[in-house]
Ligand binder design. Structure first.
Ligand code: MN
Length: 193
């Protein structure tokens, strides 16, 4: 793999825009159907030709060799899928047990971090807050519990690898739902340990 040289770029703390990225994705409501608790509400919205972007990410990825780091911005739009706050698909890391750092830029949300044994914890993501997920808590999902965009910066090892399939198949142990106007963590009835 070609060696890279030191570089720098700009991050706009208001918009979350990175001046350069080399990987971008937009994830729509339909893409979240296998991951959501309330699949019926997704079917109904899709039937009304409602398929909004739920989140997007803009990453600066490096060669995926040990020692290199990837970083980037994730933007989750506000809203809910049924009672469940808009969320990212979630993944486990595959290649080792890598830690990950999340830095809140705008909005309010949560990181769900889960161990392979099903232990699950949440940490608040908000402007100026730094969240660390240790290596063995490597099931990750982020959730926008606020009324505005949730924007955060992530830093992870380039060789981390992402396993979306296990989350798609088994779910995560907890869901973040709105109850009496506030976010609440509940057990995911569809979770398969
Ligand atoms: Mn992760």
């Amino acid at each position: 793999m070609k060696k890279i040289e030191p570089f720098s770029l700009d991050l706009d703390f208001e918009s979350g825009k990175l001046s350069f990225y080399n990987k971008k994705a937009e994830i729509r409501l339909s893409d979240l159907a296998p991951y959501a608790y309330n699949t019926k509400v997704i079917e109904e919205r899709l039937a009304r030709n409602e398929n909004p972007v739920i989140y997007s990410y803009y990453d600066r990825v490096q060669p995926s060799t040990i020692g290199e780091m990837n970083f980037g911005i994730t933007i989750i739009l506000p809203g809910k899928i049924g009672d469940e706050y808009n969320f990212t698909r979630g993944h486990y890391h595959t290649n080792m047990e890598p830690g990950e750092i999340y830095i809140g830029i705008q909005g309010e949300g949560l990181l769900l971090a889960q161990k392979r044994n099903g232990s699950c914890k949440s940490e608040t993501i908000e402007r100026g807050r730094v969240v660390y997920a240790p290596g063995d808590w490597n099931g990750h999902r982020t959730v926008n519990t606020g009324k505005d965009k949730l924007i955060f910066f992530t830093i992870e090892q380039a060789a981390s690898g992402h396993d979306y399939e296990t989350v798609r198949r088994n779910g995560l142990a907890k869901l973040v739902v709105e109850e009496d106007g506030k976010p609440k963590l509940i057990d995911n009835p569809k979770y398969k340990p």
